[in-house]
Design a protein around this ligand. Sequence first.
Ligand code: HEC
Ligand code: HEC
Length: 362
Amino acid sequence: MHAFCRTLVAAGLVAVVGGAQAQGSGPDLAPMPESKPGNAAMIELGRYFYFDNRLSGDWGVSCATCHNPEKGWGDGQALSTGYPSMEYFRNAPTVLNARHQRRFLWDGRLDGADAGTLARDMITESHTMNMDSRLMQERLKQVPEYREMWAKWRKDDINGMRVYSAIGEFIRTLETVNAPFDRFKKGDENALTAEQKNGYALFRGKAGCVACHHGPIGSDGNLHRTGVPEHPEVLKNPLRTITMLRHYSTSGMPNYMNARTDVGHYAISKNKRDLGKFRTAQLRDLKYTAPYMHNGVFSTLDEVIDFYDRGGGGGSALKPLSLSSAEKQAIKSFLLSLSGDPVIVKDPGQPDLQVWTAYGKN
Ligand code: HEC
Ligand code: HEC
């Protein structure tokens, strides 16, 4: 490359595609948008519910067990433990930036606009919190503090649907803050190092990541087959195989008993085109959310980048990238610039149960 071009690339002014300069058009990553604050009383209740393990069948787990603020709002494991004695077959992803997901869950089975429904599914699904909605409602009514907090928000009694929407509203407040990439996009040229700017150019150019990873959280919200290898534990551990098959069975997937690998969105659409397709993962806060991919099969970003460098796995349309080790390193440093400050929310503790005697009087 001409020395002058190299300077431009290092300054992040142009991207490089196979040695040629790319135009500044096409999809790109964007800074985090400003979010309007929601209803404060609703969010505060949502925060209490998020940390309260009485929302699970056996009082064993809360949302925070699997989406722990101190572990990047995930659980730090490759595969989720699931509800006690369950063992799930996929990774527990971060809940950060749920507000900006077009679809929820690794196989994209839920609409990203509906965080309340997602919270309901997490609570009532036997693999996660295994809770009956009416039982939850009656338990929460016997907590005087919750009745008081509820009255600040609404005039009716505590009810399941609203509990879900309060949790949904709470998780919508959890967003990436102060990431170097956002400062760079807002005009601070020094927020990224020269290596990171080079990584950004590769991300948009030679490495082609931007085709699927764009917008504020680095996800097109679409389904793609990248051919991520199966995590061996899913078939070695019968408990994990069981949750996988049970998920397929409840989704109505034909011939599900023969499945020996995660079929992704196919279980939902039953369309062969969707075999092995997963929703594009977001690239925000990767600093805190290892291991990576729907089954946590890669422990480090180096492994993820090596995977793409090889052209992904079986059945994917990805091509090998022939990245040098310096280029891989640059992409990795760039990816880390999309991570912000740790988002820590305090566990408010669980106010005690106390039988509600005077119905209607509080
Ligand atoms: C026992 C562990 C466990 C508990 C408890 C749990 N989750 Fe999850 N959560 C998971 C797993 C595993 C997934 C991914 C499931 C899949 O894609 O098949 C997930 C997915 C999610 C997602 C989707 C994120 C994305 O990238 O699309 C959100 C949001 C979420 N959970 C929020 C919650 C909330 C809110 C609660 C409490 C009401 C909760 N979870 C309780 C394990 C758990
Ligand atoms: C064809 C679309 C596509 C392209 C191109 C692509 N990705 Fe991905 N990416 C995905 C999908 C889909 C997932 C989720 C795959 C899964 O979990 O099985 C993913 C997952 C990831 C993850 C894991 C995030 C997490 O939290 O688990 C990282 C990191 C990543 N991609 C980085 C990159 C980089 C770097 C490039 C360019 C070298 C790239 N991707 C190119 C679609 C793509």
